[in-house]
Design a protein around this ligand. Structure first.
Ligand code: GCU
Length: 352
């Protein structure tokens, strides 16, 4: 593939940043949104909202896509806004739907709130590992209808996604080995009914909260624990305030790239081909970066005082076992679940 990937990422190091949508940003976006697409010098700049910091693999891969478009496309430019500068994911979803922003990376939990079929891919144990997940979510035979399902209702098309890696619990209070250790703890979860039920299954009480509020939430004791991957744990600095990481590995999380459907449809065939080729290379690069940056994140958090421990896996397996039955209730959900499971490597052919 003809693609010069700019691997100029900074050394991993967390960065605190503040969420929020400054009035000036909103104003600029609204003004820009009023300009007809493709007007002026013939170029269209797509604004892409991200809630991660610049040292997160999602920003690195998206920034490289932006460079790729500048080098390969006559018309389309991509401008990545990290750190929730355009708002938290729930707002970003609205901005893309209304066309004020063009694209966003949003967690699967956000889409589950628009179409409950998406919750299948947010389930514990649906994906065995990152490779299995990437294979399923970029297979149009499995995901074609799902990814087009928000076009009429919300003017949003899903183009594919990035892994969130395996998510585990971390706490301000001490190591967790069994669900009983989380008894009475408030666990921050993403804004989703499934996630609230999952926190309960893990042994605590789910408190939905936007990602950008979590550092302060942990620091001030509004919540006692949270769950995420090591990369976000490190790049958000959460290890500083919740230094006990426990490998519950309760699910392999998923982020989606969403785009305003009208914007996507306004691309010429030639521009769309360049755009899609760039995106395909971007999610492949992200998956490659994931493992490497996870190792760096663990080392960085450990150096910063975090402790990582294993858990009683069987106890957590038992606790999470009932969720699929409670939440997978329609034939479409069951089909998606079965298709995802059918794509898994048979057990015994490799552990990873
Ligand atoms: C991960 C994921 C984000 C999500 C976050 C969260 O970091 O990549 O998209 O917002 O988890 O827990 O909210």
């Amino acid at each position: 593939m003809e693609r010069s990937l700019r691997r100029d990422r900074e050394a991993m190091g967390h960065r605190h940043r503040k969420a929020g949508l400054p009035a000036a940003v909103v104003g600029a976006l609204l003004l820009a949104a009023c300009a007809p697409m493709g007007s002026g010098d013939g170029q269209t700049t797509m604004r892409l909202s991200l809630n991660q910091a610049e040292n997160h693999p999602s920003f690195i891969a998206l920034d490289n896509w932006s460079t790729y478009m500048a080098e390969n496309s006559e018309e389309v430019r991509i401008d990545v806004f990290p750190n929730e500068t355009l708002g938290a994911q729930a707002e970003a979803l609205q901005l893309v739907s209304t066309g004020i922003a063009d694209m966003a990376i949003v967690s699967g939990t956000q889409l589950e709130n628009l179409n409950e079929d998406f919750l299948v891919f947010n389930m514990p144990r649906v994906f065995d590992d990152v490779e299995h997940q990437m294979q399923v979510i970029h297979d149009p035979q499995i995901t074609g209808e799902l990814y087009a399902s928000l076009e009429e209702s919300n003017n949003i098309t899903v183009l594919g996604g990035f892994t969130q890696g395996a998510r585990s619990v971390y706490s301000t209070e001490g190591p967790v080995h069994t669900p009983e250790d989380l008894d009475g703890d408030k666990i921050r979860v993403q804004e989703s009914e499934l996630n609230v039920a999952m926190a309960q299954a893990l042994g605590g009480a789910g408190t939905p909260m936007a990602f950008g509020e979590l550092y302060t939430g942990l620091q001030s004791g509004v919540v006692d624990a949270a769950e995420n991957n090591e990369v976000s744990y490190y790049t958000q600095g959460h290890y500083e305030v919740a230094p006990y990481w426990s490998y519950t590995n309760h699910l392999v999380g998923l982020d989606y790239l969403i785009i305003n459907t009208e914007v996507l449809n306004s691309l010429s065939d030639a521009e769309r081909a360049v755009f899609e080729e760039g995106w395909a290379a971007t999610h492949v690069e992200h998956a490659e970066l994931w493992g490497e940056l996870t190792e760096e994140a663990i080392a960085g958090a450990e150096a910063g005082g975090a402790a990582f421990n294993e858990v009683d896996e069987a106890a957590f397996d038992d606790a999470l076992g009932g969720l699929a039955e409670d939440f997978i209730t329609t034939p479409t959900q069951q089909e998606l679940y079965d298709a995802a499971r059918a794509a898994a490597q048979p057990s015994g052919s490799g552990d990873e």
